[in-house]
Write a protein that binds this ligand. Structure first.
Ligand code: BES
Ligand code: MN
Ligand code: ZN
Length: 460
């Protein structure tokens, strides 16, 4: 535990209900300011408090409004602080319960995030957090750093983040943690039997690739993460309209989450045998592009008729998922910005969760709530499965129905999951559509903290 620096101002977190107790504990100077400003711990309201020695800004109080107890504090309650407070050092006062310490320090750190690749910060000097340095603070820091990696990757436009650049980031991550790294690039994908990854990515002059990282002792439970790494999704020949294409630099959001999570896991030395597989491609238009109506053989052997080249994510994931099961892992998790339909169903903030084990699904939903990194289950509805049928191939990559698109995406992926494989699929947006403290418009690292927590609870 770190003793706060002498110049570090304490931040008090106060609910409306706790206000009388808080007031009673204050000296006269501070009490005078609070009553003159009529402060009643209104949610998000921040006040600087004097001390008896005459320092007018000796402490900070943050209102939490009607929050029933401090245990219910979530990171976004405090995420506005770094931008609201004057330059200086701060720490969260009180012996906070670990979960509250975690959410508070996490909120501050997520609130600090800015994407500064292309222009300078508005002002360089900023309020700064002194963390307590216990396990909860360290976890908050680790998560914030991992989320920043994920956010930076998603925010980076496709001209600066193609398949090769994504590879460089993953290779660097592997190097920093002593992980094994390999990549299969361009036409090598054909000889190595990743035909769908190759087909989706081949029209771009930026070669498609299958990226792989392995880390940790062979004796540990085997966890394989698969992330959709479509660095730009034009829709291919079934081209997207302009409005739908505008945000498609973020179509590698699944890969970004997988890499951020991998970093968090390796940094804490999780007792896992970790494997990460990223099919990294650009879904481009060209004379050698794959076409609607083409029939492609997948890694697993199934023939796939292309109903729409814009359903490319499930194609590259199908080959990656086939490979993911080659060493009989204990759990396979895929992350993907897979369907617009998942957003129609649940909106931008609630990733859809599909899982072939209802107990795992329930536990993820519950932990998502606790972590303030929520997910919502949708069904792998067997009765719809036959709508993915093709007249000439084993399966079509889209259904002819215009309903339940997120379910069809998941059912398509399930065709590539072997019986007995424990599998989780997240269909996520990876983007904040509206501006809020800690959630600026732009990339969001959804389900990263949830999955670190889940894996920690289940495997240590
Ligand atoms: N990357 C998109 C899905 C997407 C769209 C995610 C918008 C987030 C926001 C995916 O590759 C795609 O285009 N899916 C199609 C599937 C359809 C052709 C069956 C979609 O959702 O429209
Ligand atoms: Mn698409
Ligand atoms: Zn896509």
């Amino acid at each position: 535990m770190v003793i706060p620096h002498a110049n570090s101002r304490p931040i008090w977190l106060v609910t409306e209900a706790a206000m009388p107790r808080f007031l009673a504990a204050q000296g006269p100077a501070s009490r005078a300011v609070l009553s003159a400003q009529n402060f009643n711990a209104e949610r998000h309201r921040v006040m600087l408090l004097p001390n008896e020695a005459g320092d007018p800004t000796a402490a900070v109080v943050l209102g939490l409004g009607e929050l029933a107890s401090l245990e219910l504090l979530r990171w976004w309650h405090v995420a506005g602080l770094p931008d609201k407070l004057p330059v200086g050092r701060y720490h969260f006062a009180d012996a906070l319960p670990d979960s509250v310490r975690y959410q508070s320090e996490l909120g501050w750190r997520l609130g600090e995030y800015r994407y500064l690749r292309y222009r300078a910060a508005p002002s360089s000097a900023r309020a700064q957090l002194d963390s307590l340095g216990n396990e909860a603070s360290e976890r908050a820091k680790r998560h914030a750093v991992a989320c920043s990696l994920t956010r930076d990757l998603i925010n980076t436009p496709a001209n600066d983040l193609g398949p090769a650049e994504l590879e460089a980031v993953m290779q660097d991550l592997a190097l920093r943690h002593g992980a094994m790294f390999r990549s299969i690039v361009g036409d090598e994908l054909l000889t190595a039997n990743f035909p769908l990854v190759h087909a989706v990515g081949r029209a771009s002059d930026r070669a498609p690739r299958l990226l792989e990282l392995r880390w940790g002792s062979e004796d540990h439970p085997r966890i394989t993460l698969v992330g959709k790494g479509v660095c730009f999704d034009s829709g291919g020949l079934d081209l997207k309209p302009a409005a739908a294409m505008l945000l498609m630099k973020k179509d590698m959001g699944g890969a970004a989450v997988a890499l951020g999570l991998a970093q968090a896991l390796m940094q804490r030395g999780a007792p896992l045998r970790l494997r990460v597989l990223i099919p990294a491609v650009e879904n481009a238009v060209g004379s050698n592009a794959f076409r609607p109506g083409d029939v492609l053989r997948s890694r697993r052997g199934l023939s796939v008729e292309i109903g729409n080249t814009d359903a490319e994510g499930r194609l590259v994931l199908a080959d990656a998922l086939a490979e993911a099961q080659s060493d009989r892992p204990d759990l396979v998790v895929d992350f993907a910005t897979l369907t617009g339909a998942a957003r129609v169903a649940l909106g931008p903030e609630l990733p859809a969760l599909f899982c072939n084990d209802p107990v795992v699904s329930q536990s993820l939903q519950h932990l998502g709530d606790l972590e303030a990194d929520p997910v919502w289950p949708l069904p792998l509805w067997d009765a719809y499965d036959d709508e993915l049928s093709s007249r000439i191939a084993d399966i079509n990559n889209v259904s002819s129905s215009s309903f339940s698109g997120a379910i069809f995406g998941a059912l398509f992926l399930r065709r590539f999951i072997e019986p007995g494989t424990a599998w989780i699929h997240f269909d996520l947006y990876g983007w904040n559509a509206r501006e809020r403290p800690g959630r600026p418009v732009g990339a969001d690292a959804q389900v990263l903290r949830l999955m670190d927590r889940y894996l920690a609870e289940r495997f240590g």
